[in-house]
Design a protein around this ligand. Structure first.
Ligand SMILES: Nc1ncnc2c1ncn2[C@@H]1O[C@H](COP(=O)(O)OP(=O)(O)OP(=O)(O)O)[C@@H](O)[C@H]1O
Ligand SMILES: [Mg+2]
Length: 269
């Protein structure tokens, strides 16, 4: 029989797969506002927040939820080469295949000529990696209103500045993601486990345990994933060595949480 700890560990692999999306009170409201905003006559939408707050998860979910409309395009890894960027957009969005290089002027012509009746929405993840020059072009492309961009980027001081310079005078909306609240974190952990049928381990996370996790991760989803992945790894090791008898399993061992926190660098040894 597969160990319940192995299944539980895999629940916390760090991937942004929309199938693993968990509905959480506050995040759902924010997700809905993102979904609504792509229907509004905005040129650009800025989705920002610290690393691990769920931006990529939102974009992949938005892309999946809009799949039947066929006008939403997700680029989860940045296309750093300018010509390559236009070519990909020309092909995916405007169904125009281009051999050789494609420059901004040529691409702009395609955008204007095609004039699609439904404004395509381009989702750009990790946008902090795009150059200033390309961001400027993206801004000009949005001005045509023939294309709409959702820009997801990390929130740092530098990006705050970029955001200001690029978007100040534009018609845009900002959507900010934050770490989860304590109550949301409990829901997050339990729902994630229950979705994978790990009911026994889900019930091991009572409020006291979640408080401890919250203190370590401040509700950051990625840090929580890392911590819990490490935690279940410890359970698996103890189980393999038949050492679990000395550990209570009606609730998560705080000692194991501390070990996992040291292991993942959340606290110093
Ligand atoms: N609502 C949610 N439901 C399920 N999992 C989530 C949710 N929000 C975030 N996560 C998980 O948290 C982790 C971090 O989320 P994500 O990768 O989307 O963060 P990010 O904001 O894009 O970070 P970065 O700025 O580093 O790219 C992922 O493993 C993701 O699966
Ligand atoms: Mg991301």
């Amino acid at each position: 029989m597969e160990s319940i700890f192995v299944n539980s560990k895999n629940v916390f692999l760090d991937t942004a797969n929309p199938k693993d999306y968990i509905r959480l009170d506050r995040a759902s409201v924010i997700y809905q506002s993102l979904k609504d905003s792509i229907e509004k006559p905005l040129k650009m939408i800025l989705l920002y927040g610290k690393p691990g707050t769920g931006k990529s998860m939102f974009l992949t979910k938005l892309s999946l939820d809009s799949a039947d409309k066929k006008n939403v395009f997700l680029y989860d890894t940045p296309i750093l080469d300018e010509s390559e960027f236009y070519k990909r957009l020309a092909q995916d969005v405007f169904k125009t295949k281009y051999e050789g290089g494609l420059n901004f002027t040529q691409f702009m012509r395609i955008v204007k000529d095609k004039n699609l009746n439904q404004v395509p929405v381009v989702l750009l993840d990790e946008a902090q990696l795009y150059s200033e020059e390309l961001m400027e072009k993206i801004r000009l492309l949005s001005d045509t209103r023939a294309l709409k961009f959702v820009i997801a980027l990390h929130k740092t001081e530098k990006e705050d500045l970029i955001a200001k310079e690029h978007f100040q005078t534009r018609i845009w909306e900002t959507i900010e993601l934050e770490n989860s609240l304590r109550a949301e974190l409990k829901m997050y952990i339990q729902k994630k486990l229950m979705k994978a049928n790990c009911f026994d381990t889900a019930s091991m996370f009572n409020s006291k345990i979640v408080n401890k996790i919250y203190k370590l991760t401040h509700g950051n989803y990625r840090d929580t994933n890392k911590l819990l992945y490490g935690l279940f790894e410890i359970y698996i090791t103890y189980e393999k060595n038949n050492q679990l008898y000395s550990i209570k399993i009606d609730q998560i061992s705080t000692k194991f949480i501390e070990m996992a926190a040291i292991h993942t660098g959340l606290i110093d040894a």
